[in-house]
Structure formats: C-alpha cells, structure tokens
Ligand binder design. Structure first.
Ligand code: PEP
Length: 253
C-alpha cells in the first residue's frame, strides 16, 4: 500500500525570516501526522538550513533542484552530498519551470535522478505537457517520453525510491486545476510506462502525485482518485493555513 505524499514547493520566494515563520506555522499546524501521510517542504537553497532547524522530524525537508556531480568546479550548482548535509531527504527534479527557463533536458533529468539514487536522496520527478501539447492531444506521447527518458537507466530495485509528479504545465499557478479524472488517466498511463521499464510489482510501488493549482478545496478530489498518491503544491504551500488545510483534508479521507 502506497503512502500519501504532500510536498510544498516554495519556489523563489520568502526572506529568511518569512521562511522561518512559515516553517514554524506549518510545524504548529501539523502536530499529529498519521504514518500513511508524508509531508515535505522545499524552500530555496538559501533557506534550507534555517528551515531544517524549525522542522520536526515528522516533516521532511526537500530542495528544488540538484546537480549530478559530487563536487568541483561547477559554479552555482549544489550536489546531493551538500543537500543531505543540510538535512534534505527529498529533491524536486525536472520541474517544468527549470525545463522552460533553464533549458533543463530529459538527459539532465536522468543524470540528476541517477545521482539522487546513488546518494539516497529521494527525487520527486516532474513531468507534464504544456497548453499547446494538450490542445494537439500530445499529452500521452509527451509524458511517456519524459518518463522513459528520466528512468531508462534506473536499476531494477531502485525505482521504488522515486516519486513522480504529473504536473500539466497549463495548470501550474493558473488557478485552473486539471479535472481529477483527466489527471487520473495520465497517472495510470505513467504507471503503465513504468511497467514497461520495470516489473509490475515495482511499478506499483512508485508514488505518483498530481500538481497544478491544488488547494484545500480541491485536494480531496485528486487524492480520492485511486491512482493519485498525493500532490506537489506551489502557491498554496506559501500560506501556512492553506498548506496545513490541504494536509488536513487528506487526513479526513
Ligand atoms: C508547482 O509549481 O509545482 C505547482 C504545482 O504550482 P501551483 O500549485 O501554484 O500550481
């Protein structure tokens, strides 16, 4: 039985004091998490240490990106070892904003996934189609290709150490979430692709989240879908009451 994962992506937001306050408020709002619900917050790199200091062991720390090399002359990059050292156990990989603005490719995503697995850092790998691809009915081919390229070099036995977030790009930050049944269909497709790459048993162990304008009002409709195992939350994770509200809605299910 897969657990539920709710991950907050704080993106490039907040001062040190605001990040500290948000972490404290999330901590105070989520004092009794059940075992089957995992929560992660992903602040900017500069806030990781400070936020880690505020979080209880029941709430995980994640980063928003990682580089595949361990150390050396890679100005501006951050390694798995460095993320582990400041308390991260998760990292978002291949977010659509990085793919779009930083020209991150599927090959780079694959290298990052392999580095994470080597170091026991859990990647949340983002895939999803943009508006134009959706309109041209290319969602299936786009997502299939992203999943195949991200995981083709992952060893059998390692794929269960990965989480995937299906994030239709047009739904991110737009206030227009996908229809839960449409998201469910893509999540089922992702699991089918995993079954082609790994064994059925292994593919069944991978958590697949939905992301895109999730809030306390719509989270239940996603998590009630049989194959959706949680959410990657952007905007609503910046307001403690909304993020805590999302987790509490899941706790009611
Ligand atoms: C995201 O950026 O991963 C995201 C899902 O953002 P939002 O919840 O704001 O749509």
């Amino acid at each position: 039985m897969r657990s539920i994962l709710i991950a907050g992506n704080w993106k490039m937001n907040l001062t040190v004091e605001e990040a500290r306050r948000l972490a404290l408020d999330v901590r105070q709002g989520l004092t009794n998490l059940p075992e089957n619900i995992e929560v992660v917050v992903c602040p900017s790199f500069v806030h990781l240490s400070g936020v880690n200091f505020q979080l209880p062991s029941s709430i995980n720390l994640g980063a928003q990106d990682v580089f595949w090399k361990s150390n050396g002359a890679y100005t501006g990059e951050i390694s798995c070892e460095q993320l582990l050292d400041v308390g991260c156990s998760y990292v978002i990989v291949g977010h659509s904003e990085r793919r779009e603005y930083l020209k991150e490719t599927d090959v780079m995503v694959s290298s990052k996934v392999l580095a994470c697995l080597k170091h026991d850092l859990r990647p949340i790998v983002c895939v999803g189609e943009n508006k134009e691809e959706r309109e041209k009915k290319l969602t299936e081919s786009k997502v299939t290709q992203q999943v195949e390229l991200a995981f083709k070099d992952v060893k059998s036995g390692d794929i269960a150490k990965v989480d995937i977030a299906y994030e239709p790009i047009w739904a991110i930050g737009s206030g227009e979430a996908a229809e839960p049944s449409d998201a469910e269909a893509v999540v089922i497709l992702i699991r089918q692709v995993l079954k082609g790459l790994f064994s059925e048993k292994e593919a069944e162990q991978v958590r697949i989240l939905y992301g895109g304008s999730v809030n306390p009002q719509n989270i239940a409709s996603f998590v009630l879908e049989k194959d959706i195992d949680g959410a990657l939350v952007g905007g609503s994770s910046l307001k403690a009451n909304e993020f805590v509200g999302i987790v509490k809605q899941v706790m009611k299910i």
